[in-house]
Write a protein that binds this ligand. Structure first.
Ligand SMILES: Nc1ncnc2c1ncn2[C@@H]1O[C@H](COP(=O)(O)OP(=O)(O)OP(=O)(O)O)[C@@H](O)[C@H]1O
Length: 597
């Protein structure tokens, strides 16, 4: 694996490295891609919403005709017109319900697709990128941002239907008389000015309200948690005053937000009054000039009145749409991380040795934790890595296992066909060559079988049992109520730290890579558990090339050679006997260990 010190993609937000955030255009393109996967649902959502809009618009138009029929005394037209009006009401209601359902379902599908896409891409993000941006950013995008987007789906459906109704109504207006339609447009400048005044202030005011509500909650929680202290020091009164002060601040913030909202609503009402007046005035003039009928003006006025609702929906949803847009930008942003380049297939051939050349690594610039290590583990031999806490053992193990690239230097794998740089293999191929048990083994929610098969899908139950027996897990697995079907993971059958380590070892045994890197597989098991795990690890190491980060020196003694790491460098290297004879750091560690155990 080769890498240079600058070989890291970085996007920044106020100087802090983050994953990319999509621009509006990229977000829309991402949404478009997700929508295009459901062409039939998209078409039916649009069609049903249009039909619902037609229903909404038809009612005022028929009512307008009714007015004209009454004025003309055309009694024979009244019943059919009333029937058409009633039918339009039913038609509009039925299609509105169908449209809402279809659009919400489509939204839920799109959200699910986006969630899957972002999760797949997140899992494929290279560790060098993850290391730079931190896993928190990616986790919040896959969870919170996706949730925020999903929560906005019903709203998006409502806004889409409202926007469609507005468009269909505009067509309805134009069909009555273009001059009436023109009169109606006087509302738009008023809406525009109100929105420009409302939106920039609303966000910070609502945020302040949420913040002060959170502060109040914090004060209340503190008082409850510290109840005994409050009683002991007779602090009930000052504490109540703190809660009251926090409540007043919340109330003041909520009042400020509400006042702005009421002002905004008033300006919307003013816009509606203005629009209606404009239509009636224009209507009066047009009727007078004989250009339109009273019924047509009635239809236009009713049409406009019916628009209050959808217009209000669209205007009031700006905030939420902006918030959903921000979540979408972060979700789509994950998909903008360039996927790792596909590497040519290079299966291993026979036993594999491992060579690290000039390895250096830093997590924080200016603080190297591996400072130039050359290490060679010939095929079929084992190397123990020992040293004080923080010496760089885990970092070295991670680099040798190809979990992340070094800041400088390279790791080569050597087989019968020659050598290959770990960096020239893709992540899946690396795991065929090298298996690793790290300090953080995760137990996935599911059956015990699935948890083991995770590393080697397709293995039979007999093979899974054999692997579990080989790592010393046979007895406890046999005692499980449902055997391999037992549910493990969060909230299910609890596993001890040693059992989790055994699972990790069994996974690796089934995967059967020629090289294994074990990092403190025995550290958390307590001394008797640790001895069992040592044996389990020995079963895995036998016949393979192994790098073992060993805290228990018996495990180090069992390896062919031992590297003592101190402050990012290998300071001693040799067999157990050589190093004891050398009388250096390892000899000191060994004599201290021998005295203790
Ligand atoms: N992800 C990380 N980000 C920043 N610093 C890190 C990270 N991982 C390790 N370090 C730092 O790098 C140094 C070497 O850590 P490393 O875990 O490699 O040492 P170690 O010898 O394995 O220690 P231990 O035996 O305690 O696990 C330490 O100073 C540690 O704090």
């Amino acid at each position: 694996m080769s890498a240079t010190l600058t070989d890291r993609p970085v996007w920044t937000d106020h100087g802090a490295p983050v994953l990319p955030i999509a621009t509006s255009r990229q977000s829309l393109a991402g949404l478009g891609r997700a929508l295009r996967k459901h062409p039939a649902e998209c078409a039916s959502a649009v069609l049903l919403t249009l039909l619902a809009g037609v229903g909404v618009v038809a009612v005022p138009l028929f009512l307008g005709r009714l007015v004209d029929a009454v004025r003309a005394g055309a009694r024979q037209d009244l019943v059919p017109l009333l029937a058409f009006t009633a039918a339009s009401v039913v038609f509009g209601a039925v299609f509105a319900a169908l449209a809402q359902r279809t659009t919400e379902r489509l939204g839920a599908r799109v959200a699910a697709d986006l969630r899957e896409e972002v999760l797949a891409r997140a899992l494929g993000v290279e560790s060098r990128v993850l290391e730079r941006v931190g896993s928190g950013d990616i986790a919040s995008r896959v969870t919170e941002d996706v949730e925020n987007f999903v929560a906005a789906v019903p709203l998006a459906a409502t806004v889409f239907s409202a926007a469609t109704t507005i468009v269909v109504s505009a067509a309805g207006f134009a069909s009555v008389d273009w001059r009436l339609a023109l009169a109606f447009t006087v509302v738009f400048p008023v809406y525009w000015v109100s929105l420009r005044a409302y939106l920039p202030k609303a966000g910070p005011l609502y945020a302040a309200e949420r913040r002060s509500a959170a502060d109040r909650g914090q004060v209340v929680l503190e008082s409850l948690h510290g109840l005994s202290t409050v009683h002991a020091y007779d602090m009930a009164e000052p504490q109540t005053r703190r809660v009251a002060a926090a409540s007043e601040r919340t109330l003041a913030a909520a009042t400020r937000a509400l006042r702005l909202f009421i002002l905004f609503m008033k300006s919307m009402n003013a816009a509606e009054a203005l629009g209606l007046s404009a239509i009636l005035l224009a209507g009066y003039w047009l009727v007078d000039a004989g250009a339109v009928t009273v019924g047509e003006v009635t239809a236009a006025a009713l049409l406009f009145h019916r628009l209050f609702d959808p217009l209000g929906t669209v205007l009031l949803s700006f905030d939420d749409v902006q918030r959903a847009g921000a979540a979408l930008a972060r979700i789509v942003g994950v998909t903008l991380v360039p996927p790792p380049e596909p590497k040519p297939d290079r299966p291993h051939d026979g036993p594999v040795g491992i060579v690290g050349r000039g390895l250096r690594h830093f997590y924080d610039e200016g603080h190297e934790v591996v400072r130039g290590i050359d290490v060679e583990v010939p095929a079929g031999t084992s190397l123990a890595v020992v040293g004080a806490s923080g010496a760089g053992k885990t970092t070295l193990a991670g680099i040798l296992a190809g979990v992340f690239p070094p800041s400088a230097g390279s790791t080569l794998l050597v087989d019968a066909r020659g050598s290959v740089d770990v960096g020239d293999l893709d992540a899946g191929q690396v795991r065929d060559w090298i298996g690793m048990v790290s300090q953080e083994t995760h137990v996935f929610a599911g059956s015990l079988r699935d948890d083991v098969l995770f590393a080697a899908p397709g293995s039979t139950d007999a093979e899974v049992h054999a692997a579990l027996r080989a790592v010393g897990a046979g007895a406890w697995v046999a005692a499980l109520p449902d055997g391999l079907d037992t549910a493990v993971g969060a909230g299910e059958h609890p596993l001890t730290a040693a059992q989790v380590q055994q699972l990790a070892l069994a996974r690796l045994l089934l995967r059967d890579p020629p090289v294994v890197v074990l990092d403190e597989a025995t550290a958390e098991a307590g001394s008797s558990g640790a001895r069992d795990l040592e044996q389990a690890a020995a079963a895995l190491v036998a016949g393979r090339t192994a790098v073992v980060v060993a805290h228990r020196l018996t495990q180090a003694r069992a390896c062919d050679r031992i590297a003592v790491v101190a402050d990012g460098l290998v300071v001693e290297l040799g067999t157990h006997d050589d190093l004891v004879a050398l009388g250096g750091r390892y000899a000191d560690l060994w004599s201290a260990w021998s005295r203790r155990y």
